[in-house]
Write a protein that binds this ligand. Sequence first.
Ligand code: C2O
Ligand code: CU
Length: 500
Amino acid sequence: MKRISRRTAITGGFGAAALTLAACGNRTVPAEAGTFPPAPTLTPKAGQGLVTQTLTAAPTTVDLGGRTVSTWAYGESLPGPLIRATAGDLLRITLENRLPEASTIHWHGIRLHNAADGVPGMTQDPVEPDTSFTYEFVVPDPGTYFFHSHVGLQLDRGLYAPLIIDDPDEPGGYDAEWIVTLDDWIDGTGQTPDDVLAGLTGAGASDGGGMDHGDMPMGEGSSDGMDHGEMPMGDEPWGDAGDVAYPHFLINGRIPEAPEIFEAKPGQRVRLRLINASADTIFALALGDHDLSVTHSDGFSVEPVTAKALYLGMGERYDVAVTVKDGMFPLVARPVGKTSGGRGLAVLRTGAGEVPAADVQVRELDGEVLIGSTLEPAEAARLEDRAVDTELELAFQGSMEPYQWAINGAPFGQNTPLSIREGQRVRIIATNQTMMSHPLHVHGHTFALPSGLRKDTVMMAPMESFALDFDADNPGRWAAHCHNAYHQEVGMMTGIDYAS
Ligand code: C2O
Ligand code: CU
C-alpha cells in the first residue's frame, strides 16, 4: 500500500505575509458587535404554513450509549431536535443562548434571505450568552438539510440537528423514513474541540471555554487528539482526509456498542436521509446486504444510481432509497483515513437476528464507493441554460505544518471577498491546491457542477478543480468555505458579496 506522510503533503500557493498573519486566532467573530440592524420580522401570508420552535443551546450531559460526555447541545439532545417543515413555509425559530460563549445558527443549504443565514460578523451580530435571537425565513426548496452553530468550533460539540423540508408535490414512493446523522466525536472525552485546535496550531493549552473536562478518562484516542499517523492511500480518492483522531464516531448520537435500531417491515421501501454533520471526517457508508438507490444530493433530485456504498463529505447530504430485506442489518459509516475510534453503526431491524457487533464488517464497503460529484442531475434540478456573465476564482490553499488554511492567498479577514452582481450567471472556478481533501460549501445558493448536478457542498479531492455555476438571485453577503470546521476556523473561508 502506498503511504503518504502528512508532513510532506504540503503545497504552498499563498504568500509569506499571509502566512504570518494567519496565526492571529479566531476570525469568525468580529471584535465589535452591534453593527447589524435587527432581523426583519415576517408574517405568514394567507395559506402559508408557520413553523415555530425554540432551540436552547446549553452545556449538558449526553449519553452516547453507556458513554456519558459533557458537551454543548440544543435541547439537551444529540443530535438536537429535528425541525421539519414543508417547502414554502415560514420558519420562526428562536435561539436561546445559554452557552458561556456567543453563538449563532446557520441553516445549511437553505436558500434563505441573507439576514437569517447565521454567520456572525457577516449577516448578524453574534448572539451573546443569556440572550436570544429569532430567525425568520421562508424555506423555498424541499430536501434534506441540517442546522448548526456557525461560531468557532461549536459544530464539533453537539450543536447540530437535522432540518427536513417536505415536498408538497412529491408522489411519496416510500413507506418509511430514516434520518441518519453522522458525526465524529471528541468533546467531553478529555478535551474540547478548542483544545484540539490549540494542539493543531501549536498555541498550547486553551481554557476549553470554561467547561469542566476533568471528569473523563483520557486515552481512547491519541492523547492530544491529533491524527499524527501516516495514512493509507489505498484506492481512496481523498488523500489526506482529516486532522483529528476522534475517539468515537456516532450515528444519531450513538456509539456502535449501543446503536440506534430502526424498525421497518420486510419489503418496505425506506428512504434514508443521510447527513454528515461531522467536523473533520469523510465517511464511506453502506447498509449490509442491501443496494442503495441514490435519489437526492444536497436536497436536489438526481438521476437515480444504484450503489453498494457512498462517500459523504462534511456538510453533504444524500437521500437513498432501499427495499429492505428480512432480518437485522448493520448500517456502517467507515471514517476515511482515520486510524482510531472505530466506526459509526446503526441497525435496521425488519425481522429476527442478533444486533450486529460494534466492529461488524460489511462487504459492501470492500468494493467501489460512489463519489457524489459523479452523479447526474434529474431534469427538474437543472439550471436553465444561459451564458456565464462573470468568472471568479476560488483557490483552497494551506498546510498542516504550520497549521494554516486559506482561500485566494490569505485567511478569512485578509482575503478579498468575491464580488458579484444580482442577475448575473456566476461561474466560480474552484481549485484545491493542497494534498488534503476539502468540502467546499457556498451559502445562500445551490450551484451546478459541469454535469448540471446541483449541490451546496462538494468534496474536492487533492488538486481537484470544478467549475461551479449559479444564478446571483439572492442578494447579500454570503460565506463560502471549507466545511472542515478546523480549516474554516483558521481561515479557509471567504465572502461572496453582491455589489450594489
Ligand atoms: Cu454548514 Cu458555513 O456552514
Ligand atoms: Cu479544508
